[in-house]
Design a protein around this ligand. Structure first.
Ligand code: HMG
Length: 464
């Protein structure tokens, strides 16, 4: 039985921090954000928004645009790393909000959990729900997988340049209009790591930035090796002599903590894939230098990062490599469109990969590309750490959805935060009733109870 993504909806908060304003505030070069990281704007939540109401807003959008009733939804999963309760799952808050619109008890039948594994958990949730459908358990119903997060870092930290917020809801069923998952190819890699983590009670993560960058690349590559074997075994991709598995993937969507990380990841994967192929010699000639090798080629991530000479020459190699026509062709045809939305919105943690997927469809369609039958690869990464590679094929029904996609219109008119407003939002100095924007047709947070017997209980309303 087929299983896949039938539709996708996006909810991005309307406040944003401009890269130039951030650079002025912190005394850094704006070019580092715009060109070095690919960050132009970072979406910010207002004081009356939390990850649960972002998720509920994304769910409502997908239900309304598809004229779905709660009876059409058999499972509702929320994947997040911005959880605010150690016990109560975020999907229960979301159901509470949706029932304000659809009626008390209307989602009573709808099972689900909150899933957590940094940014990769949404991909595990998609996989599990796809298997629920494949197993015939759905009985005609759909699953909703919602990925929702607020990426917030300490003031003045290097991570502060890579913030963002938003939610994406994906409707899954056995007759998907958008993308049918390739069966038996999902590949994972996992390792106990501390590249990025958020201990209990801490609002912002502890981050080892450069370590996390390299670990992301290594883990994704490990998962790709497994994907290659599974794709060959299942007969989905049979790699011809002198070719790479990437030649058979038309579009690649990578986890995007910032847009440029997608390009870094593509370059890393392509280098590893092409190194043993006949085409590599011509590429090396154009690069004009041999590929650098670390002093300790089988060393740890720390030893590689500590090898200053290697790091310097590898950066130079990468710069020259990414300028070759061969790499540019792969980049423009397979990845560039997925980065557009990320540079407008920032990191959405669990939702970043899927915003990239949405971005590919919207911007490739606008370019006039015919995506039907094309294979999309997904490179998911979550700190801590795990990577997942999987793929799927775009279905004929996608056109009907792609022609209505308009990210700017879906976000709506945005408000650029002043430096003072940003500091107040970042410092949690505003209460929900002091929100900067007044919203309509959206769920918002009203208050969080502080009494000893009901501490932490959240009240939401749907603003008519
Ligand atoms: P940094 O270390 O300050 O930045 O912060 P950098 O020195 O590496 O510079 C970044 C890029 O800008 C470099 O380009 C510079 O050359 C360039 P590259 O060499 O990499 O191609 N640059 C400039 N370009 C133009 N003009 C200039 C200029 N200056 C420098 N003037 C870092 C970067 C990503 C480490 C930081 O933002 C950070 O810690 N972010 C948070 C962690 C993160 O995003 N890690 C990514 C991988 S882990 C992951 O994705 C998981 C995550 O989403 C969490 C989860 O799973 O839940 C984070």
């Amino acid at each position: 039985m087929a299983a896949g993504i039938d539709d996708i909806s996006v909810y991005i908060p309307k406040l944003y921090l401009d890269a130039g304003d951030y650079a002025l505030m912190r005394g850094v070069d704006a070019t580092k954000l715009r060109d070095g990281l690919g960050v132009n704007q970072m979406a910010m939540v207002d004081s009356n928004q939390d990850p649960a109401c972002l998720a509920a807003n994304a769910c409502l959008r997908i239900m309304q645009s598809n004229k779905l009733s709660p009876d059409d939804i058999g499972r509702l999963y929320v994947s997040t790393e911005s959880s605010f309760d150690e016990s109560k799952a975020m999907n229960s808050y979301v159901i509470g909000m949706l029932e304000q619109v659809y009626g008390q008890g209307s989602f009573e039948h709808c099972g689900g959990v909150e899933t957590k594994f940094a940014c990769v958990s949404g991909s595990y949730a998609l996989y599990d729900n796809a298997n629920w459908i494949r197993a015939g358990e759905a009985e005609g119903m759909n699953a909703l997988v919602v990925v929702s997060d607020i990426a917030k870092y300490d003031k003045g930290s290097s991570g502060e340049m890579t913030q963002g917020a938003g939610a994406i809801a994906m409707l899954l069923n056995d007759e998907p209009r958008l993308l049918a998952f390739d069966p038996k190819v999902t590949a994972t890699s996992i390792k106990d790591e501390y590249d990025f983590y958020r201990p209990f009670g801490k609002e912002t993560p502890i981050v080892h930035g450069q370590y996390s960058n390299l670990l992301y690349l290594i883990q994704v590559r490990n998962a790709l090796e497994i994907y290659k074997k599974k794709a060959a075994a299942s007969g989905i991709i049979s790699v011809g002599e002198g070719r790479s598995v990437l030649d058979y993937i038309d579009h690649l969507n990578m986890h995007l903590p910032y847009a440029k990380m997608g390009k870094k990841a593509l370059a890393y994967l392509v280098r590893h894939e092409w190194r043993s192929l006949p085409r590599w010699k011509g590429v090396i000639d154009k690069v004009g230098m041999p590929e650098p090798v670390p002093k300790d080629p089988r060393g740890t991530i720390e030893s590689i990062l500590g090898d200053a000479e290697f790091m310097e020459s590898d950066r130079e190699f990468q710069k020259r490599f990414t300028r070759t026509d061969e790499f540019q062709e792969v980049y423009e045809s397979k990845l560039a469109s997925s980065l557009v939305a990320s540079s407008m919105v920032g990191n959405l943690y669990t939702a970043s990969l899927y915003l990239g997927f949405r971005s590919t469809i919207e911007f490739e369609f606008q370019k006039g590309a015919d995506l039907e039958g094309q294979r999309f690869g997904f490179g998911s990464y979550g700190s801590g750490s795990s990577a997942m590679i999987f793929s799927g094929v775009i279905q004929p029904g996608y056109v009907q959805l792609a022609r209505d996609m308009n990210l700017e219109a879906e976000i709506g008119p945005r408000k650029r935060l002043s430096a003072d407003q940003y500091e107040m939002i970042h410092g949690n100095q505003l209460s929900p009733e002091e929100s900067i924007l007044s919203s309509s047709k959206e769920f918002v947070l009203v208050d969080v109870n502080t009494t000893p017997e009901s501490r932490g209980q959240r009240r939401y309303v749907f603003n008519e």
